[in-house]
Ligand binder design. Structure first.
Ligand code: SAM
Length: 219
């Protein structure tokens, strides 16, 4: 990877108008972290027309693909609606720069869909869900906000559960009815390119969803 990224010094210095040109005072609320080809973000655009979603991706060509994909959808829609104006993509290293982009408590939903498994033990510290980064995510996610994970790698799923369970700021949503009622769970299972690939090969998908506990009740 080319490891030089442009990023704002602080969130107030970020100009979102190029990302969301048809939205007044844009405020990102949903993050698709490591979006890949953007299937989830595209799905969120129509599921949540009132919320702004940002897809984040480290690979330049993949980011450009998603940018063009969103642009084409916007152009198609523009004749009749403002659909897809509420989603955009940003090339960045999400493990390094998130607090440069977002204020405390700004994020309502954060998605980690089929993150790179980093199988080798010496690379586990590079996993995008880890104890240190969960504290950063807890800072960015609003009280009551939701952190979603899905993977086809059982070991990684167990890691997600272990790290999130152990973190004082998150509690797992275990109620099957709650999970089934959440359209995001269906979208992240069915709409990401990786999710579709796993479905085609008959693989299993493991979901773990966590609520950001209110600060007053954090033990
Ligand atoms: N979420 C997509 C899906 O489910 O189809 C893509 C999954 S893919 C296996 C993982 C993606 O995360 C890759 O596109 C990779 O480039 C991206 N990625 C890995 N580390 C990242 C980082 N630190 N910041 C942003 N994106 C990252």
């Amino acid at each position: 990877h080319n490891d030089s990224f442009d990023y704002p010094l602080r969130p107030s210095e970020m100009d979102w108008s190029t990302h969301y040109p048809n939205i007044d005072a844009p405020k990102v609320e949903f993050l698709d972290v490591g979006c890949g080809f953007g299937g989830l973000t595209i799905a969120l655009a129509t599921l949540f027309p009132e919320n702004l979603t940002l897809a984040m991706e480290i690979r330049p060509k993949v980011t450009e693909y998603v940018r063009l994909r969103i642009d084409a959808l916007r152009q198609d829609a523009l004749a009749t609606t403002k659909a897809y104006q509420n989603v955009s993509v940003l090339r960045t290293n999400a493990m390094r720069y998130l607090p440069h982009y977002f204020e405390k408590g700004q994020i309502k939903k954060m998605f980690f869909c089929f993150p790179d498994p980093q199988f080798k033990v010496r690379n586990h510290r590079r996993r995008i869900v880890n104890t240190h980064l969960l504290t950063e995510y807890a800072y960015l996610i609003a009280e009551g906000g939701i952190l979603y994970t899905i993977t086809d790698v059982e070991d990684l799923h167990n890691w997600h559960v272990a790290k999130c369970d152990a973190h004082p700021c998150f509690e797992r949503i275990t109620d099957e009815a709650d999970l089934e009622a959440d359209p995001c769970v269906k979208a992240m299972t069915e709409e990401t390119e990786e999710g579709k690939k796993v479905a085609r090969s008959g693989g299993k998908k493991y979901v773990a969803v966590y609520r950001r506990i209110p600060d007053a009740t954090v033990a």
